[in-house]
Unconditional design. Structure first.
Length: 391
């Protein structure tokens, strides 16, 4: 029975993805810019292929018996958690890496977003895979120890551990080549941090991140917390926007900070993780679920590997909730920026950034509700015009 439920959920998710991609492709026919239309359509279709491969991997790991085989290979031992969980994450990471390389060398290259060589793509993908597997092995070993040591309340301690890990990832995830805004902007431009000071964020630095060679994407974001808090902008953004538009974007990022979006987003992530661990703790009491999904049920490492395997499927059905929250954050940040900067400059900046990132001005409404963490350009502009009383 659990196996049939899994097959049904995978089939439903693929059918829903296919339907949404069809709606998106049909909607994009009305987009005037052929480049944006081709890119957005190609991404939607490419996502279907990746999802189908992911579904096949999930079935192979569970009903196909790969997790059960890994349990026999590692046997009950001191490193079973690290070995089994790390191996499963390796499989998903390799799939994600291949998908990323494929998109970079085909869809992104044809749209002009990136001009990267195969060697550079392989190098970055291998680094990402190695980091993911190392972290997964460490987490798998730690969680196996928690389950063995605290069999009834392990999921509470696991939530605490995950919260610390998510906080560290958010604070340290932006390390890389960067320099201060005074070195990157025009010679006669004052420090961009002054724009943040006018947005109630004094003494917050602006750091410029060097984009990979051949990349055209442009972006800005709030990074870190406490003393590590700063705004990160790409060098491509500074080259694309005027000074007034850059300041409007900084005001938008300041809005994320002043509305405590970092803390609220982190709380939502921890809540989802806590719910996942609680569901896993309940499932571990049912031998029928273990048998139906192809694991022994007696070893915590097998259950953890099963949880990692099913996480992408669960994430697809939970994604609309996260997407809704993130779009609300963007609206709030826009409202803040409209009060502290030039709303017209913000709209011009958004239009330029969307064009640089090959983002269409509008997408199918249902597609947006399921996938998009940012609102449509037209919707954002309508709200911004309303906030400043424009027609």
């Amino acid at each position: 029975m659990p196996g049939l439920v899994l097959i049904g959920l995978l089939a439903a998710s693929l059918a829903l993805r296919l339907w949404l991609a069809w709606r998106q492709a049909r909607y994009l026919r009305h987009v005037e810019d052929a480049r944006l239309r081709r890119y957005a359509t190609a991404r939607a279709v490419f996502g279907i292929g990746v999802a189908a491969c992911q579904a096949g991997l999930i079935l192979a790991l569970t009903l196909g018996g790969i997790i059960a085989w890994l349990e026999r290979v590692w046997r009950p031992g001191p490193m079973a958690g690290a070995g089994i969980v790390g191996t499963v994450v390796l499989a998903f990471s390799l799939l994600a890496g291949v998908a990323h390389i494929g998109q970079s060398l085909t869809i992104d290259a044809r749209s002009g977003l990136e001009r990267r060589r195969l060697g550079a793509c392989l190098c970055s993908a291998l680094v990402a895979v190695a980091a993911s597997v190392a972290l997964a092995a460490l987490a798998g070993q730690a969680l196996s120890w928690l389950i063995a040591t605290y069999p009834t309340v392990w999921w509470l301690w696991a939530t605490v551990l995950a919260g610390l890990g998510l906080s560290a990832k958010a604070n340290l995830g932006s390390r890389g080549p960067s320099h201060t805004s005074a070195q990157a902007g025009p010679a006669d431009a004052p420090d961009l941090s002054a724009a943040l000071a006018r947005c109630e964020l004094p003494n917050i630095p602006v750091r410029v991140r060097k984009s990979p060679t051949g990349a055209r994407r442009a972006n800005a974001r709030i990074v870190g917390a406490g003393r590590a808090l700063h705004v990160e902008v790409s060098d491509t953004l500074l080259a694309l926007l005027t000074r007034t538009e850059v300041e409007a974007v900084l005001a938008h990022e300041a809005g994320h900070c002043r509305r405590h979006h970092f803390a609220r987003d982190l709380a939502a992530q921890i809540g989802l993780v806590a719910g996942g661990f609680a569901v896993l703790a309940l499932a571990m009491r049912s031998p029928a679920i273990a048998q139906g999904l192809g694991i022994s049920g007696a070893r915590s490492a097998g259950w953890l590997a099963l949880a990692v395997t099913l996480a992408p499927l669960a994430w697809f059905f939970l994604r609309p909730l996260r997407a809704y929250q993130r779009r609300r954050f963007e609206y709030e940040a826009d409202d803040f920026a409209a009060r502290h900067a030039d709303a017209g400059a913000l709209m011009r900046a958004v239009a330029k950034l969307n064009a640089a990132n090959a983002t269409p001005p509008a997408s199918d409404p249902l597609y947006v509700r399921v996938y998009n963490f940012h609102p449509d350009e037209r919707d954002r502009f309508r709200r911004l015009r309303a906030s400043i009383g424009a027609d």
